[in-house]
Design a protein around this ligand. Structure first.
Ligand SMILES: [Zn+2]
Length: 448
C-alpha cells in the first residue's frame, strides 16, 4: 500500500520534471528537500544567480553556516541564503545535513574515519551543536564548525533544528491585512481570509512575516495567526525515515522515551527567526592584545565566537560569523555583513588591554543611545552574575564597528589580557563556557 503511494508519487514527480521543471512548481520532491540543509564546508563560497560560474555572484557564505536546501542540480546546490532569496553554490563546497545533534561529552573526539583507529582531527565541546550527515554503525558523521568527521553516536543527542525550517500558521480572522512592513501605517499588499495556511518566515513583536500559498508575502498582525507548532512537530515524528529510526536507537540506548519526548517537542526555540552576526575581534595580521604569557586576543575572540555560535543556534538563531578562522577581515567588511544579513543583533567580541595592569573585568559598549542601548542593557544582568570576573558596566564607546553599524550592535570586552589573573581566567574552558552562556542568555532576554 505504502509502496504503491510512493511509486505513484515518483511517477507524478517524473512527469512533473519532464513537463514543468523547474518553473518553481512545488512538487513533492521540493517539499521534501526543504527539510534538508546545506552546510558550507569551505571558508568563503560565492552564491550565484544561477547554477554555473558565469552567473553573477550575489553574496558570500562561510564555513559552518547552514542554509535551507531547495534543489540540487548538475553539481550545483540551490539554497535560501537570505529569507526568501535563493542562489546557487557549487556542490563541492557543501555537505547536506538533515538534523542537528548536541554533543554530550566534553572533548569528544572527531575522527577522520568511523573507527577507533581513525585519525583524530579535533575535539568537540559538551553542548556544541553539530550537523548530522550520515550514520554508520555506532558512528555518526558530523559537521562541526566547518570540520567534517566521525564521532561515536553514543555521545550525541538529537536537537531539532528549527531555525531554518519555518513554522506554519492558520489565519483566524475573517479578513486579515498583509502589509509591506510590520506597521499599521505600512502599505497593504493583500488580504488573507480565515482558515488560510501561511508559512511564518520571521517574527517581530506583534507581527509575523508570512508567505501564503497563493504567493502573497508580507507582514500580518500576529494576533490573528494561530501557530501550528505542536502539530508540525508531530508530523515530523510520525514519518521518520529509516535513517531516523536508527538514529533514535543509536542516540538514546538507555532511555529512548526521553529522546522521543525531546524529539517530538523540541527545545524552546527562543531565537527562531533571528539573525545574529558574531564578530570575533581582530584576526590574521591583526593579533589584538597579547598577555604576558602569550595568549592572543584574536585566538580568544574566535574561541568565544565559536562557542557562542553553537549556543545561539541551539536556541534557533541563524548565526553568521564575520570570520571563522585566523584571517584578517577589515572593519568595514564586518559592518557590511551586519547589513547584508540584516542582523537583528551584531555582537563584537574582544578582550581588553590597559597600561594599568590592575584593570580587570568585563565592559559592554554601545554607540547609539536608541538603536544599541537596549541590547547593551540586556547584558548587564547575566554578565554581572558571572563569578569569575567583575562586571564594569555598560558604557558609551566610539568604535568603528558600532558607529558605522545601522543594525543593533554592541562590543563586549570580556576581560583584560593585560592583567595576569584575568588573562589566566579567560583562557580557561570554564570561563569560556560561563561567559558564552551568559551572553546567550542576554541575547535571549533581549528578544523576549
Ligand atoms: Zn580588541
Amino acid at each position: 500500500m505504502r509502496r504503491g503511494i510512493w511509486l505513484a508519487l515518483l511517477f507524478c514527480l517524473l512527469w512533473l520534471a519532464a513537463a514543468a521543471w523547474p518553473v518553481g512548481a512545488k512538487g513533492e520532491k521540493e517539499m521534501e528537500e526543504t527539510k534538508r540543509l546545506a552546510v558550507v564546508t569551505a571558508d568563503r563560497v560565492n552564491v550565484r544567480q544561477g547554477p554555473g560560474v558565469p552567473y553573477r555572484p550575489l553574496a558570500n557564505v562561510h564555513r559552518g553556516e547552514a542554509y535551507r536546501l531547495i534543489e540540487v542540480k548538475d553539481g550545483w546546490v540551490n539554497i535560501e541564503w537570505k529569507p526568501n532569496r535563493t542562489g546557487w553554490i557549487a556542490a563541492r563546497y557543501v555537505a547536506l545535513a538533515k538534523e542537528t545533534a548536541i554533543v554530550q561529552e566534553n572533548r569528544l573526539r572527531l575522527r577522520q574515519e568511523p573507527s577507533r583507529d581513525g585519525r583524530i582531527i579535533g575535539h568537540l565541546a559538551r553542548g556544541e551543536t553539530v550537523w548530522i550527515i550520515k550514520e554508520d554503525g555506532e558512528w555518526t558523521e558530523v559537521i562541526a564548525d566547518g570540520a567534517i568527521g566521525w564521532v561515536s553516536s553514543a555521545y550525541l543527542t538529537a536537537a531539532r533544528e528549527s531555525s531554518i525550517s519555518h513554522q506554519t500558521g492558520i489565519v483566524n480572522a475573517s479578513s486579515l491585512n498583509v502589509r509591506a512592513e510590520p506597521s499599521l501605517k505600512a502599505a497593504r499588499v493583500g488580504r488573507l481570509v480565515r482558515g488560510e495556511e501561511v508559512e511564518i518566515v520571521e517574527k517581530k513583536p506583534g507581527w509575523y512575516k508570512i508567505a501564503s500559498q497563493t504567493g502573497l508575502d508580507g507582514w500580518v498582525s500576529s494576533a490573528y495567526v494561530q501557530v501550528k507548532g505542536g502539530q508540525a512537530n508531530e508530523k515530523e515524528a510520525e514519518a521518520p525515515q529509516s535513517a531516523d529510526r536508527s538514529l533514535l536507537s543509536a542516540i538514546a540506548p538507555s532511555d529512548s522515551r526521553l529522546y522521543v519526548d525531546s524529539w517530538t517537542r523540541g527545545p524552546v526555540q527562543a531565537l527562531a527567526g533571528k539573525t545574529i552576526v558574531l564578530d570575533a575581534g581582530h584576526g590574521g595580521k591583526d593579533g589584538g592584545a597579547k598577555s604576558a604569557d602569550g595568549v592572543k586576543e584574536k585566538e580568544l575572540t574566535l574561541e568565544t565566537a565559536r562557542l557562542l555560535k553553537n549556543k545561539l543556534q541551539s536556541y534557533g538563531a541563524r548565526v553568521v560569523l564575520t570570520r571563522s578562522s585566523d584571517e584578517y577581515v577589515p572593519l568595514s567588511a564586518r559592518v557590511a555583513m551586519a547589513r547584508l544579513y540584516q542582523a537583528d543583533a551584531f555582537i563584537s567580541l574582544h578582550y581588553d588591554s590597559a597600561d594599568d595592569q590592575q584593570a580587570s573585568g568585563i565592559t559592554v559598549y554601545y554607540y547609539d543611545r536608541f538603536a544599541d542601548y537596549g541590547l547593551a542593557q540586556s547584558f548587564e544582568d547575566p554578565l554581572s552574575r558571572l563569578a569569575a570576573l567583575p562586571f564594569r558596566g555598560v558604557a558609551f564607546g566610539d568604535y568603528y564597528v558600532l558607529r558605522e553599524n545601522d543594525r543593533p550592535s554592541v562590543l563586549l570586552e570580556l576581560g583584560y589580557v593585560s592583567n595576569r589573573t584575568d588573562a589566566a581566567t579567560v583562557a580557561t574552558d570554564d570561563y569560556q563556557e560561563a561567559v558564552t552562556t551568559a551572553i546567550a542568555d542576554a541575547v535571549r532576554h533581549y528578544f523576549e
